[in-house]
Write a new protein. Structure first.
Length: 51
């Protein structure tokens, strides 16, 4: 018999956001200076748009 309360919840987008946020927190905690925009972009895997 199926247990109606045995529900697995997983949100891939949320897990991705948590991972990115965690990476930023770790990087920020490892430096005494503010992270630059380019450092943050590198941590998040953002590619600057030429323009």
């Amino acid at each position: 018999m199926h247990d109606q309360f045995d529900v697995t919840l997983e949100d891939a987008d949320l897990l991705g956001e948590v991972e990115l946020t965690t990476n930023l927190i770790i990087a920020a905690s490892e430096t005494d200076e503010h992270l630059t925009t380019s450092q943050i972009d590198a941590i998040l895997g953002v590619t600057p748009v030429a323009g």
